[in-house]
Design a protein around this ligand. Structure first.
Ligand code: SF4
Length: 111
């Protein structure tokens, strides 16, 4: 894990924001995102969230093409306030392929 943290360099391709799935939100995510968007928490929830498939919490809504609703011009429009789930990528979770920074050979030689 430490070698991955040292060697991982996000290439800002936006791929992980377009993968199918859900960005699950916790209360502190909503507080941070709403403030960054200049909205009340209630307004942010109404505009950008939906009940998650687990029916226990909210998730960010997907755009019609399946990407995250906050992805604009291939960038997270609220990047500095992005949810914890997004901050955890790729150290807390990741998929087998589709991220060029993970798929590229490690130039440091770290394993
Ligand atoms: S909140 Fe931002 S970083 Fe997270 S999936 Fe959406 S666009 Fe990507």
């Amino acid at each position: 894990m430490d070698s991955l943290k040292r060697s991982f360099k996000c290439q800002q391709c936006g791929a992980c924001c377009r993968w199918s799935g859900h960005v699950l939100l916790i209360d502190t995510d909503i507080t941070r995102l709403a403030a960054a968007a200049g909205l009340s928490e209630e307004a942010f929830i109404a505009r950008y969230t939906e009940l998650a498939a687990n029916r226990c919490q909210l998730s960010l809504t997907n755009a019609p093409d399946g990407s995250c609703i906050l992805l604009k011009e291939n960038r997270c429009s609220l990047y500095k306030a992005r949810p914890d789930q997004c901050r955890d990528f790729p150290f807390g979770w990741r998929v087998a392929e589709g991220c060029p920074a993970l798929d590229a050979p490690d130039e440091t030689g770290a394993v």
